[in-house]
Design a protein around this ligand. Structure first.
Ligand SMILES: [Zn+2]
Length: 178
């Protein structure tokens, strides 16, 4: 994880960046819950985007999740998958066409695939994963071969998300050596 990179945040207005940081911090609190449970610390929230597209900090969170692969004994229990399931249940619809997904680390191939199937239009992530990322490596989120393409905003609170992951893996390596 030493080579996780933080891409340049896409330029946007101060206000918009502020909103993205606000919800990324909520996703980071989810990542903390994962870490407390001994899971890889990734967290995700899905937020409703009003019809006019103007997202504010008052927007409703309809899905939350943090990595629970160990606890549930299930390799699909990634933060994004759990948040998508919760949001779909809240909606009674698998199409999340007016939402924004925030996740502390770039989605893997599985989660990027689920994001496309759920038609989530905007994906905001913290730190990118140049070795396993569903976008960096496979280009899934904006692939022309698929039914839906998402707008991608990377690097929001990227340094903080990277530091948390690196500290987690460093500690785990240390424990492995003891
Ligand atoms: Zn994943």
């Amino acid at each position: 994880m030493a080579d996780l990179e933080t891409p340049q945040a896409v330029p946007c207005s101060e206000r918009k960046l502020g909103v993205h940081e606000h919800f990324m911090r909520v996703a980071m609190r989810e990542a903390e819950l994962a870490e407390t449970a001994g899971e890889v610390p990734t967290g995700c929230v899905i937020v409703e985007r009003p019809e006019d597209g103007t997202l504010t900090a008052d927007a409703r969170i309809i899905g939350r999740g943090h990595n629970e692969t160990e606890g549930r004994g299930n390799p699909t229990s990634h933060a994004e998958m759990l948040a998508i399931a919760e949001a779909c249940a809240a909606r009674g619809d698998f199409r999340l066409t007016d939402t924004v997904l925030y996740v502390t680390k770039e989605p893997c191939a599985m989660c990027a695939g689920a994001i496309v199937l759920a038609r989530i239009p905007v994906v905001v992530y913290g730190v990118s994963d140049p070795h396993r990322g569903g976008q960096s490596v496979f280009g899934i989120l904006d692939s022309e071969a698929l039914i839906h393409r998402a707008e991608i905003i990377g690097g929001v609170c990227g340094d903080e998300c990277r530091v948390r992951l690196q500290a987690f893996f460093r500690a785990r390596r240390r424990q492995g050596q003891e």
